[in-house]
Ligand binder design. Structure first.
Ligand code: BDR
Ligand code: CA
Length: 315
């Protein structure tokens, strides 16, 4: 029986890949997508989510829009230079026939959690504003989350937006502090494991050749590939969000250790840093399972073969 899954997301190139990976995976049943501000503005992330689902023939999956901005301090800076000004690398996917769910994201999520007959996995791969709002406004529903898989933060690699902060945490540090301070069973998939997990051009070519959905995914990725080449001289791309989804789909993909984690919410140079206490294993109820080890070639192969399978199936 597939496990129910919700993806909270800000598509975003790697978010789009992560959604497609979930749709390609029989272990999970994607029941809801909630959107959040982040890589681009909320109306755009919401429209992108609808279009990506439609691309895969799954416009039946509801999309509910969530927070348009961070909880406390406005964070107007987006990531259009990485993801394209419309978030999908300059690719215009066909519009979806579906409309946005009329419910706010937290309401849709709370209702799904309360009605669920088995534990629901929630994968949050944008800023964690919606998750923080759920914890504050529907605590009983939040308690029913079976597993919260978060993409964000960094234990040992510093940041990717500032020297200290990873993008999803930097975009709403107060929300991140609320989420990482909760007792919901949580896995933190940060830069420590995502940065070494690089998808190369050969892998992209494999799913591009498998069918139109794969070709569209490869086209969306092109801007990411170009950005990585011009910024870092890299010949592949780091698919942060897809790795988090892999852990949501196949629990135990990543090696995790229970750690105490706090978020720097000061307004100085450290803002948005995740301070992971790696001196010891924690048994605190608010400790999180921090992903510390990854078999990157296996994770890349998982993504490529799943996307190729989806592309061949959808046609
Ligand atoms: C995270 O930042 C975003 O730009 C990506 O979509 C990913 O969720 C990586 O730091
Ligand atoms: Ca994202």
């Amino acid at each position: 029986m597939p496990r129910p899954l919700v993806i909270d997301t800000d598509p975003g190139i790697d978010d789009a890949l992560a959604i497609l990976l979930a749709l390609a995976s029989p272990e999970v049943d994607l029941q809801l997508v909630t959107t959040v501000h982040g890589n681009v503005e909320l109306p755009q992330t919401t429209d992108n989510a609808l279009r990506v689902l439609h691309l895969a023939g799954r416009s039946d999956v509801p999309v509910a829009a969530g927070a348009a901005e961070s909880l406390v301090y406005p964070q107007p800076e987006r990531a259009g230079h990485v993801h394209g000004s419309a978030g999908l690398g300059g690719v215009v996917l066909p519009p979806s026939p579906a409309v946005v769910d009329p419910r706010p994201a937290v309401v849709a999520l709370a209702e799904l959690l309360v009605a669920a007959e088995q534990p629901v996995t929630v994968a949050a791969i944008g800023p964690w504003t919606n998750v923080a709002l759920l914890l504050a406004t529907y605590p009983q529903a939040a308690e029913r989350i079976g597993r919260l898989v978060l993409m964000g933060g960094s234990a040992s690699r510093g940041g990717n937006v500032t020297a200290a902060a990873e993008f999803n945490v930097w975009a709403d540090p107060e929300a991140a502090a609320r989420v990482l301070g909760s007792t919901v069973p949580t896995v933190l998939v940060g830069l420590d494991v995502t940065v070494p997990t690089v998808l190369g051009e050969e892998g992209i070519a494999r799913f591009a050749a498998a069918g139109p959905v794969g070709a569209a995914a490869a086209a969306i990725l092109q801007q990411y590939v170009d950005h990585a080449r011009s910024s870092y001289g890299a010949t592949g791309v780091v698919l942060h969000d897809a790795l988090a989804l892999t852990e949501a789909i196949v629990p135990g993909t990543l090696g995790t250790v229970r750690r105490d984690v706090v978020v720097d919410t000061t307004r100085g140079a450290g803002r948005g840093q995740t301070l992971v206490d790696r001196r010891s294993v924690s048994d605190s109820p608010t400790a999180v399972d921090v992903a510390e080890t990854v078999d990157s070639p296996a994770a890349v192969e998982f993504l490529v073969s799943r996307l190729a399978g989806l592309a061949a199936r959808v046609g």
